[in-house]
Design a protein around this ligand. Structure first.
Ligand SMILES: Nc1ncnc2c1ncn2[C@@H]1O[C@H](COP(=O)(O)OP(=O)(O)OP(=O)(O)O)[C@@H](O)[C@H]1O
Ligand SMILES: [Mg+2]
Length: 683
């Protein structure tokens, strides 16, 4: 199980900038081979898998059809694998016939020796006095050469089939994961409010593996079983219709039982995968919060939580095992009974002269082949059902249409900026405008965060937004980035409703330093330049000088120099830097990026006085010298007094007041004075 939990295993590393960032369907495996993948589903709009109940009701045929569509880009390889399989099965299926005929031939020799009779064709003598071997019209050398060649071809075909299936399987997994991840990236914040990372990880990993396995190895095994079963039954009918009929009669109940158990396997497998998802959810939380668990001495609580989830998984797996064991033992009992019955009836027929001993042994061997083929077919049905169960979990996310799609908007931000600059020669058109905005979070509809919220920000302003905790300052950022849609009103940026923007380009254009800036696992330099692209979405290159200036503006130079490896020092989200250092790195990234609109969410809250002064004065220069707009959220007096204007959020989800620092401080009853007296740091 845990093998499957690795996000991307070695055999399936993929890199897919085009797939991840636009709709093009190209991805690479190991950076060498290009593949074009078809869509996971042809009916995205139908949202078939919206809930599990509907899912259970949809017919096996529809679900299987949908699953098999994944094979479309691989049909050539799969057909080749099936061809190899037929070669291999043919070579093995001719062994019973060979055994029976050899047995009958040796019987004839024995009888001949006993009766000393002459045989015209098969029992001639060689020069050395040995009886001449002749079977199927071939001499001894010819016969064994043919048999040897057939067996070698069978072995080679098997090896080829295994290689093809393994590589095809890995390609299917890679394609499935890439497309699923792309769809996950398209999801909006509403999706992330509901879904937990662990569960998504389990869909991306173990579910994709189950789907691929059910489509490759399983299809091959199923095809082999079908072929072996058909040939086996045909050969049995050729040898003796009577005997074959009695065996088929015995096997009928097994078909009915298998169908029932196969359907159960689908439901059980889905449950097992859900439990794996739950374990991963807990794992993810525990591994990400080691410090908290240690500091709160919550190890025992967490162990109990973990073992409870393991127990639930164990119970679900047990059902899976029981179902498989029941199916296997039923098949075995019915298979053995029919074989014994066949031998009893067959011996009787040999005694009555209706069958030779060789024919009976060939028949028995074909019966065993057919029985194992039947068990294989049951397994095929079982595994396909498991595949469908897992695929429905993958599709559940894949079919989820985000309410805010990154592809819906049509307006290109760069064209909008050009128009805005033409119309804004006198700086009278706001660069950011909230008009009568009403908003509540989808997961907590009853709490209104903003109502009739109106404010304007002009180009080049250095705005500070203040308000007591929980009043919605960070929510403004969510709305500006269109992480959530508003219920009423309009948000305009560059005099254009943000709903019209092509979202990814728009978001790339606005800079942000969040309240708790995360670090990517990599060097300090990689963190500073992370995902900075130009207007054509090409990675931007920076000179050492540019990086040094940005680092200096965020007052990072000293602490970076104190590390022996400087900018190449490895850092990660959990270790390596203090909160203040993380904030400064995130600020350095934005000084390097130098966006026209920058949003800072308490991004100097952990800085000491010296660092804060340096950063704040550089932000001020962005406005006064470069004419760029900055919107900062701050709690400290030392930060807000440098703002060109302050917007104070009130208790009723509206703007309480706005004005310069001096203007608002001068009013004795201003909301700002009230906040400074009670809620804010007077540093
Ligand atoms: N994803 C969310 N889902 C539901 N409610 C949320 C979500 N995020 C924030 N809230 C709620 O919205 C309100 C405003 O939160 P927000 O984070 O915007 O406040 P804030 O002004 O930034 O506070 P602080 O100064 O403490 O950072 C809070 O009541 C919070 O509980
Ligand atoms: Mg906040």
């Amino acid at each position: 199980m845990f093998r499957n939990t690795l996000f991307l295993n070695n055999t399936c590393r993929y890199w897919s900038t085009r797939t991840l960032f636009n709709t093009s369907r190209v991805f690479k495996l190991n950076n060498k081979v290009r593949f074009y993948s078809t869509k996971i589903s042809q009916n995205n709009n139908k949202n078939q898998y919206q809930n599990n109940n509907n899912n259970d009701k949809s017919s096996f045929r529809d679900e299987a059809k949908r699953l098999f569509k994944l094979l479309k880009p691989e049909y050539r390889w799969i057909s080749f694998a099936v061809f190899c399989l037929i070669l291999q099965s043919t070579s093995s299926m001719f062994v019973p016939k060979l055994t029976g005929d050899l047995l009958d031939l040796s019987n004839k020799y024995i009888l001949k020796k006993e009766s000393n009779e002459e045989s015209e064709n098969t029992l001639n003598y060689t020069d050395s006095g040995r009886m001449k071997f002749e079977l199927w019209g071939l001499s001894e050398t010819q016969f064994f050469s043919v048999v040897g060649s057939v067996l070698v071809v069978g072995c080679l075909s098997n090896a080829l089939r295994l290689i093809i299936l393994r590589t095809t399987g890995e390609r299917i997994i890679a394609r499935l994961r890439t497309r699923l991840l792309n769809r996950i990236f398209e999801q909006d914040s509403k999706f992330w409010d509901k879904n937990k990372t662990g569960d998504i990880l389990s869909r991306l990993n173990s579910d994709c593996v189950v789907v691929s396995r059910s489509l490759t190895n399983n299809i091959s095994d199923g095809a082999r079983s079908l072929f072996q079963g058909s040939v086996g039954i045909f050969m049995m009918l050729t040898i003796s219709t009577e005997l074959a009929g009695s065996i088929i009669l015995f096997l009928t109940p097994a078909v009915v039982i298998s169908r029932f158990l196969g359907k159960r396997a689908k439901t059980i497998s889905k449950k097992v995968q859900e439990k794996i998802g739950e374990i991963l959810k807990i794992n993810e939380y525990q591994l990400n919060n080691q410090n908290l668990i240690r500091n709160y001495s919550a190890e025992r609580v967490e162990l109990v939580r973990y073992s409870d989830s393991i127990r639930n998984f164990y119970k679900a797996s047990l059902k899976d095992v029981m179902n498989s064991a029941l199916a296997q033992s039923t098949n075995q009992i019915l298979g053995t009974t029919s074989l014994v019955a066949c031998l009893l009836i067959g011996t009787n027929m040999v005694q009555q002269g209706h069958l030779t001993a060789g024919e009976l042994s060939s028949f028995a061997m074909y019966a065993i082949y057919s029985a194992s083929a039947f068990a294989g077919l049951f397994n095929f049905y079982n595994e396909i059902n498991k595949g469908i169960g897992s695929y429905s979990r993958v599709i559940e996310i894949y079919d989820k249409k985000p309410s805010i799609s990154p592809y819906k908007g049509t307006k290109d931000i760069h064209k909008v900026i050009e128009e805005y600059n033409m119309n804004n020669k006198d700086n009278s058109v706001p660069i950011v405008e909230f008009q009568d905005v009403k908003f509540s979070y989808p997961s907590r509809k009853e709490v209104t965060i903003f109502n009739h919220l109106d404010f304007k920000i002009n180009k080049g302003e250095n705005i500070c937004i203040v308000g007591s905790s929980g009043k919605g300052k960070s929510s403004l950022l969510n709305l500006l980035f269109r992480s959530y849609d508003i219920e009423n009103g309009t948000i305009k940026v560059y005099d254009e409703d943000i709903k019209n923007f092509s979202l990814r380009k728009y978001r790339r254009h606005v800079g942000v330093v969040p309240q708790e800036p995360p670090l990517i696992s990599g060097t300090i330099l990689e963190n500073i330049t992370y995902a900075l692209t130009d207007s054509r979405n090409k990675k931007r290159r920076f000179t050492e000088q540019e990086i040094a200036v940005a680092v200096e503006k965020a007052n990072c130079t000293d602490f970076i120099k104190s590390f022996p490896e400087g900018l190449n020092t490895k850092v990660s989200n959990k270790s390596g830097l203090s909160v203040g250092q993380k904030q400064r790195l995130a600020l350095a990234r934005q000084f390097l990026n130098n966006p026209d609109i920058l949003f800072l969410d308490e991004s100097t809250s952990a800085l000491d006085g010296v660092s804060e002064n340096i950063v704040v004065s550089n932000i001020q220069k962005r406005s006064s010298v470069e004419g760029k707009t900055t919107i900062s959220i701050a709690h400290r007096k030392s930060t807000i007094k440098f703002a060109s204007r302050i917007i104070v959020l009130g208790d009723d989800g509206k703007v309480a007041e706005t004005g310069s620092y001096d203007e608002l401080i001068a009013k004795k009853d201003s909301k700002l004075n009230d906040l400074l007296a009670h809620n804010m740091q007077n540093l």
